[in-house]
Design a protein. Structure first.
Length: 101
């Protein structure tokens, strides 16, 4: 979970390749934004939208808990802290140019 978060969010590499590498086709994203997305495309769209709004966004994982197995699948909870500067419109409103944590 930590490696996938780093590769998708923090390393600024190929986001699409990282999502394809770590996430299942039917992945359910119950993100901190209060929205639910299903599938890799929904996750990809959510990540890119957040990166457009906060181009320098970094995710710092404070804890990680996973439950499940390889047959039924896993459910993970990952409290985190996000740092970034709001340079574009987002779900929170228009760009402010301000740093947020």
């Amino acid at each position: 979970v930590i490696r996938s978060t780093d590769e998708v969010w923090n390393l600024r590499g190929d986001v699409t390749a990282a999502i394809d590498k770590y996430f299942h086709d039917d992945y359910v994203n119950a993100g901190s934004w209060g929205r639910r997305g299903i599938g890799k495309k929904a996750l990809h769209d959510a990540v890119l939208a957040e990166m457009r709004a906060f181009p320098d966004i970094q995710i710092h994982i404070t804890d990680c808990v996973c439950k499940g197995n390889d047959i039924a699948g896993y459910k993970c909870a990952m409290p985190d802290i996000l740092d970034g500067t709001n340079m574009g419109p987002s779900a929170y409103g228009p760009a402010t140019g301000k740093y947020a944590r």
